[in-house]
Design a protein around this ligand. Structure first.
Ligand SMILES: Cc1ncc(COP(=O)(O)O)c(C=O)c1O
Length: 412
């Protein structure tokens, strides 16, 4: 996976120089490369084996230009709240939607019944009961009269290779523990309005190891086959969740999606379940690469042997580094204009930490990074900022102005 810094820098530079010339205050912006998003999504989809589907998990980035770029390429969108469902239905009335997430409200289940979804992922027996009761009161639950549901199962697997973010395979609030499946199926049968279409798993995120992920897929396939035989089930889907990671620490060592897909095709032939589709719901892997967070350097200072570069903005815009506990890679874009009559503060051939404008020592985006030169007025550009970046940030802490949002080639 290439970051295309040179190509993007050319376009960024031109846009940012214009913006800097006009700006009345230091610059702070998200820049999205829509051409790169389109190309990456098209490549990702083209590699998918037959009998596989890929939905985009919009929680990673639900900006409209992003969704408009992805909608024609993916099989649909995955939403995890009533707000996301309403957003998608308002702007994409015909795009297939699947609805996941813990703690769904009655109002959200009701909205799913009214707006129509391709699959509702149920997380507990109580959720089955609530949806069943709501559906029983409606005559028009779905074209066929039945609501398509998948049961989210928290599966404990021997030898499961853990990642940095586990949603299952151990005690978590997500899904129904495998031992609870017979009871869940019994409750489901009590509601003829609900049709079991399959099983949903999302045991982990941040997966960087394609072989480990293939082993996980094999475990899902075997387990579901066993359940179908044991309980006499006829299903159409196994939703294998999202979780394909992005390596923020080593940009050249990324998940091998192409290799994963070719081996998955072989695996699916071996473990054939005729008529059953494997459905992915990927977030981070789809959009991380298309986004850049750019901040102008406001101040540079030395403190007890460390050098701090203070940028316009911070983790209230770009929470990805503290959320992941990493030092985010960045590039220095030199800007020659300097409006003040005195010497320009700078750091040269030294390690710096990049911080934002928040009054907390936790507002750190990168730490102990060697730089050849960075000056006040230069712009720092953080790549890999297209997923779980703006959308997971606490925007209004300190009520700083929000960053600009630019979409390069939004027509792609
Ligand atoms: C149920 C579910 N599906 C899909 C995703 C998307 O995961 P990722 O962005 O790691 O692909 C998440 C993320 O938390 C999730 O909770």
């Amino acid at each position: 996976m290439e970051l295309r810094m040179d190509a993007v820098f050319g376009r960024l530079r031109a846009g940012l120089q214009d913006a800097l010339a006009e700006a009345r205050e230091p610059l702070c912006a998200y820049v999205y490369d829509m051409q790169a998003l389109h190309a990456h999504a098209a490549r990702t989809m083209a590699a998918l084996p037959q009998q596989c589907e890929l939905f985009y998990a919009i929680k990673a980035n639900s900006e409209l230009p992003v969704l408009r770029t992805l909608a024609p390429l993916v099989h649909g969108f995955e939403v995890s709240s009533g707000g996301e469902l309403a957003w998608v239905r308002e702007h994409f009335p015909h795009t297939p939607v699947i609805f996941s997430g813990p703690g769904k409200l009655d109002g959200e289940l009701q909205a799913a019944l009214e707006l129509g979804v391709d699959g509702l992922h149920l997380e507990s027996v109580h959720e089955i009961e609530r949806l069943g009761s709501l559906a029983a009161r409606r005559a028009d639950v779905a074209p066929g009269g039945r609501v398509p549901v998948l049961l989210r199962i928290n599966l404990a697997l021997d030898g499961l290779a853990e990642t940095r973010l586990m949603m299952g395979g151990k005690p978590t609030p997500f899904g129904i523990p495998a031992a609870g499946l017979p009871a869940a199926l019994a409750r489901l049968r009590a509601y003829p309005q609900l049709a079991l279409r399959g099983f949903h798993f999302h045991l982990l995120s941040h997966q960087l190891d394609a072989q480990a992920h293939l082993r996980l897929m094999a475990s899902y396939l075997r387990q579901v086959k066993l359940w179908c035989a044991q309980h006499g089930l006829d299903i159409g889907h196994i939703n294998v969740g999202g979780g394909i990671g992005v390596n923020y620490r080593e940009e050249q060592a990324q998940f091998d999606w192409q290799g994963f897909c070719s081996e998955l095709a072989r695996l699916m032939q071996q473990e054939a379940m005729p008529g059953v589709k494997l459905r992915f719901e990927l977030g981070r892997y789809m959009t991380a690469w298309c986004g850049y967070y750019a901040m102008e350097v406001i101040d540079i200072k030395a403190s007890y042997g460390k050098t701090y570069v203070v940028g316009r903005g911070g983790t209230h815009h770009f929470r990805t580094p503290p959320a992941q506990g990493h030092s985010h890679p960045f590039h220095v874009m030199p800007v020659e204009a300097w409006p003040y009559p005195y010497a320009r503060p700078q750091a040269q051939d030294t390690a710096v930490s990049v911080v934002g404008q928040l009054c907390t020592p936790k507002d750190v985006l990168a730490f102990d990074v060697p730089v050849s030169r960075v000056r006040c007025g230069d712009v720092l550009v953080f790549p890999l900022a297209g997923a779980y970046a703006w959308h997971i940030s606490h925007h209004d802490f300190l009520r700083h102005r929000h960053p600009h949002q630019w979409y390069l080639h939004a027509e792609a």
